[in-house]
Design a protein around this ligand. Sequence first.
Ligand code: 6GU
Length: 248
Amino acid sequence: MRIDVVTIFPDYLAPLELSLIGRARRAGLLDVVVHDLREATTDRHRTVDDTPYGGGAGMVMKPEPWRRALDAVLAAGPADVGRPRLLVPSPGGRVLDQAMARELASEPWLVFACGRYEGIDERVLLDAAQRFEVTPVSLGDYVLNGGEVAVLAITEAVARLLPGVVGNAESLVEESHEDGLLEYPVYTKPASWRGLDVPEVLLSGDHAAIARWRHQQRLERTATRRPDLLAPTAADDPAGLAVVPATP
Ligand code: 6GU
């Protein structure tokens, strides 16, 4: 998979050299290229932002450096893989979940456009839609200062799903969110620690009993911590608007 990132803070992406992602890059499973948006400016001050039409607080990212930067990404990218996916981190985007991470992991080429300030001139995305499949993406319902942290999170969620990136492929299947339930609690030695004992069943050697216990723990945990992941009823729909009346 090829990933391009356009940002005014290339150093923010330095962690992509580390750990699992860094190893995947060195192994040739993942090709990450980070581009400085300011390289696509032409003025002496390398200006990337300007005041918003209509007034209001903050600054807006100018269209022309973005157009030039995205053209350069397209020109230097892999041939014969079709239109890249352009992911635009934004609190107003589609909220990333495990299903979306899997969808992105099936793409050959992802391009991230990191906005800062109040955002990118809307016309950049309209214009880019002629050459990219544009998807605004959010990490959740809170506000970050810019897209760079989201790129780190999304890249990690996606890259670990690529074949060969996570050593033990089994560790991918029994995880939180892979089947809609949270993970069961885990323990290691010692069996007793500060008066806290590992649940008896895990020491029993009874694999069927352990599997039942773990499944029960996943259900209880999900019901307590994330009831919205179970039946999409009350937590998702407090007004009950989506409740379908039972058929008589
Ligand atoms: Cl993807 N970007 C920004 N700036 N804020 C966010 C976000 C993304 N996801 C949640 N908040």
